[in-house]
Design a protein around this ligand. Structure first.
Ligand code: ARG
Length: 602
């Protein structure tokens, strides 16, 4: 099986767009030159710069001295301890307008404090005519990515696991797109398999219309499964129905199409409500590829026959990946292997990311290992492209600590969940006296925006691996790390700017030059300037919680600033208005990347 043709990774989809490099990147370059000057033989050293704990009164730290010492120790004229290495690096920092102070701390950390003038200038770039928050986008890690997310199953209800996949996947897509990656969003819908023959046969015998609603389909599906398991004659008829469907029989195809349409209508409602775009390309799409693929795998020796099944054995995996069952059928794994190859060769993907609950980790390990055995993707740990990643996430638990279920024990319907979030928000607004003067429509609109952002944010802020407890009370809390807190803070920034505009001096996008006059202002600017790194970390770790942490931190800095610094009517009004505008720009971009619609007024 030939490896798909590969191109090199371009840096950006649009080379003409202007980019302001992230602060961390600039510090890495600066410290790289310092290190090179101090230790000319150690140029290959990768530079490690990271943000510091706020208690250290500096912005970043460089950690290269310790490992470097370990390397040069004992050499002629080498420094006698890691602190001396750090001192030598600090002494070699070239003249620059970034760093105000570099100090050696502890065993050899280099603490870096940025100049106020640098922070002021950097924030000002947000308002330069040819620049904007778009120019703060991090560098693209690759040219083209496929993100496989959401992926519910036909004739089954979409459940909270699919909701997590949809929400996390959408945010990863948005961050990749912002970074300049060309992203293909694919919905790998479960729309194929023997169950459809069974379902069609059952529906025909029961005389049910094939365009039944999805709730009915679920019930029918369960009933057909019971019959299939219990009634050998039905089983035979169902198996014949499968053969007809897979053989391309027109009537069967048409019925199958109607079943898919009914499910699709339900899925689309959820995507529309959540503002998620995704392209459906279900398992059925890859069926024409399967036979040829398995033939090639056997011919090249990647797969071998074992007990009548075609298997790919991979080192380190207990069970082989079965690509053709002994009855000649193809399963989930074969489809995924075919899809992987199609995405590399026909879609030209450099990076493929899959989002499902971590229960499928084993499956993806097998598929990826088989793809490596075929030579389609480089060995693990080489950092090479094309790259494949499975992002597994934990379960959504109910307040009883068990898998989220309704009282009757059924899976929770997503539309009910979203509906409840909205009605609770509405009640909360009314209770606080925010009923928009009886404007029912405005109230609904606001409740929807808060409700949906609360559900999304509660999900995104989780470390993706952990299970988490779903709690309306917690996610709708006005205080703490919730979307509601963020929405209110956003509305507050908007109202300050509106007041400034009304006051006539320095408002309405007319803020003046940014000038740091106190610690709260400085802390806010420093947080604003860290935005590109937050997106970069989110993409590098495939972890939206990194971006949530950032947004929450930025918002807290704003809350401190607002508590300490008078904006409207102060001597610093022009500069502070600009700071509010910069906060708003970055906040809104974060909201956008997290798929949350910001409210200007609550
Ligand atoms: N339909 C599957 C499920 O509901 C998820 C599919 C994930 N994507 C994939 N390429 N296997 O569990």
């Amino acid at each position: 099986v030939g490896a798909p043709a590969r191109g090199l990774c371009a840096q950006s989809a649009d080379p003409s767009s202007l980019r302001v490099p992230g602060v961390k990147r600039e510090l890495e370059t600066l410290m790289g030159s310092a290190l090179e000057a101090a230790f000319p033989d150690q140029r290959q050293e990768p530079i490690v710069v990271q943000t510091t704990n706020p208690k250290f009164d500096c912005d970043y730290q460089c950690n290269n001295a310790m490992p470097l010492f370990a390397r040069v120790k004992g050499e002629d004229g080498a420094p006698s301890n890691p602190r001396a290495v750090a001192e030598a690096i600090v002494a070699s920092i070239p003249a620059n307008d970034l760093v105000e102070e570099a100090a050696v701390a502890g065993p050899g950390f280099i603490n870096l404090r940025l100049r106020d003038s640098f922070l002021e200038g950097r924030a000002a770039t947000l308002f330069q005519p040819d620049l904007s928050v778009e120019s703060w986008a991090p560098q693209a890690p690759c040219r083209r990515a496929v993100v496989d997310f959401s992926s519910p199953n036909v004739a089954k209800e979409m459940h909270v696991g699919h909701l997590r996949s949809t929400i996390i996947g959408d945010t990863l897509c948005r961050c990749l797109e912002f970074s300049g990656v060309d992203v293909k969003r694919l919905n790998h819908v479960g729309d194929w398999g023997t169950q459809f023959g069974m379902l069609i046969q059952h529906m025909e015998e029961e005389g049910v219309a094939f365009d039944a609603a999805v709730e009915d389909l679920q019930v029918l599906y369960k009933a057909s499964k019971v019959r299939f398991d219990e009634d050998p004659e039905f089983k035979q008829r169902a198996q014949r129905a499968v053969v007809r469907l897979q053989g391309g029989d027109e009537e069967s195809r048409e019925r199958w199409g109607k079943i898919c349409d009914a499910s699709r209508r339900e899925f689309t409602k959820i995507y529309d409500a959540l503002g998620v775009t995704i392209e459906e390309r279900g398992e059925s799409f890859y069926q024409p590829y399967l036979e040829g693929l398995v033939g090639e795998l056997l011919e090249s020796g990647v797969a071998e026959m074992s007990d009548g099944a075609a298997c790919v054995f991979v080192e380190g995996q207990d069970a082989p990946l079965i690509v053709r069952k002994s009855d000649g059928g193809y399963g989930y794994a074969t489809t995924d292997l075919a899809a992987l190859r199609q995405r590399l060769s026909e879609e030209g993907a450099d990076w493929i990311v899959y989002l499902t609950d971590s229960g499928q980790a084993q499956h993806f390990r097998g598929v990826f290992a088989a793809a490596r055995k075929c030579g389609w993707v480089p060995e693990e740990g080489t950092g090479g492209y094309p790259r494949v990643d499975h992002v597994g996430f934990g379960l959504v638990l109910g307040e009883d600590g068990k898998r989220l279920r309704t009282r009757s024990g059924d899976v929770v319907r997503l539309s009910d969940l979203l509906g409840e979030a909205v009605s609770r928000c509405k009640a909360q607004l009314v209770e606080r006296g925010n009923d928009f003067g009886g404007d029912e429509e405005a109230l609904d609109r606001v409740a929807r925006k808060i409700g949906y952002s609360a559900i999304k944010y509660a999900d995104l802020k989780q470390n993706k691996q952990s299970n988490y407890e779903f709690s309306f009370d917690r996610m709708l809390d006005l205080k703490g790390n919730t979307a509601v807190y963020l929405q209110y803070a956003h509305a507050r920034v908007c109202s300050i700017l509106a007041k400034a505009e009304a006051s006539g001096a320095g408002g309405g996008g007319e803020g003046g030059e940014i000038r740091v006059t106190c610690g709260a202002e400085r802390a806010l600017l420093a947080a604003i300037c860290q935005f590109p790194e937050a997106v970069e970390d989110c993409v590098a770790d495939l972890a939206p919680n990194r971006l949530c942490e950032y947004l929450y931190g930025l918002t807290s800095k704003f809350t401190d600033f607002y508590g300490e610094c008078q904006v409207v009517g102060s001597e610093e009004q022009a500069s502070r208005v600009r700071m509010c505008e910069a906060t708003l720009e970055v906040m809104r971009k974060c909201f956008f990347l997290l798929g949350m619609e910001p409210l200007d007024r609550i």
